[in-house]
Design a protein around this ligand. Structure first.
Ligand code: CU
Ligand code: ZN
Length: 179
């Protein structure tokens, strides 16, 4: 009987490993931004979760019409309607140019375009590369940050903002569940 024992042990160990890795994703911090339109009405929410496997942005929002819209993290946590210029330029702690298709790019705040169908809803789950919340290179450093959605698609190359036009939705990121 002793000779057969290892055969039984192996599947048990394998299933324990699976359970442990599923549990090991820990969320250390979540920040959120309520998005407002130029008239001040609520248009959705964006959250950034700092997890053990990376930082993830999730978004649910309503845009004015079906279409493609540019979206960025901007450097200043201030959304003053109606033009939201108060949110400043794209978040850019590494002093790059705009756009993932720009050889001199990209800004840390450059995000993929979002698309809406006839229901005007946009949703996104996106992993942010090399993202930092705090410290001198972090989004929340000094004056915080903002998520901005623009009236047109971002062309991913034209400095400084991808020809994405006016700012139509804006939300300020602030600290949430720390710890
Ligand atoms: Cu922008
Ligand atoms: Zn940019």
């Amino acid at each position: 009987m002793r000779d057969y024992l290892p055969i039984f042990i192996i599947p048990v160990l394998a299933s324990c490993t699976t359970i442990q890795s599923a549990k090991s994703v820990e969320v250390s911090e979540v920040i959120s931004a309520d998005l407002a339109r130029a008239d001040g009405s609520w248009a959705g929410v964006a959250t950034i979760s700092q997890r053990s496997d990376g930082a993830f942005l999730s978004l649910t929002a309503e845009v004015p019409a079906a279409g493609t819209y540019g979206m960025h993290l901007h450097a200043v946590g201030k959304c003053e309607a109606p033009d939201f210029t108060s949110a400043g330029p794209h978040w850019n702690p590494n002093m790059k140019q705009h756009g993932r298709d720009n050889p001199m790019g990209a800004h840390d705040g450059d995000l993929p375009n979002v698309e809406a169908a006839a229901d005007r809803k946009v949703t996104l789950e996106y992993k942010l590369a090399d993202f930092m919340l705090s410290g001198p290179s972090g989004l929340l450093y000094a004056d915080g940050g903002a998520l901005v959605i623009h009236e047109k698609a971002d062309d991913y190359k034209t400095d400084p903002s991808g020809n994405s036009g006016k700012r139509i939705l804006c939300g300020v990121f602030k600290s949430g569940n720390r710890g």
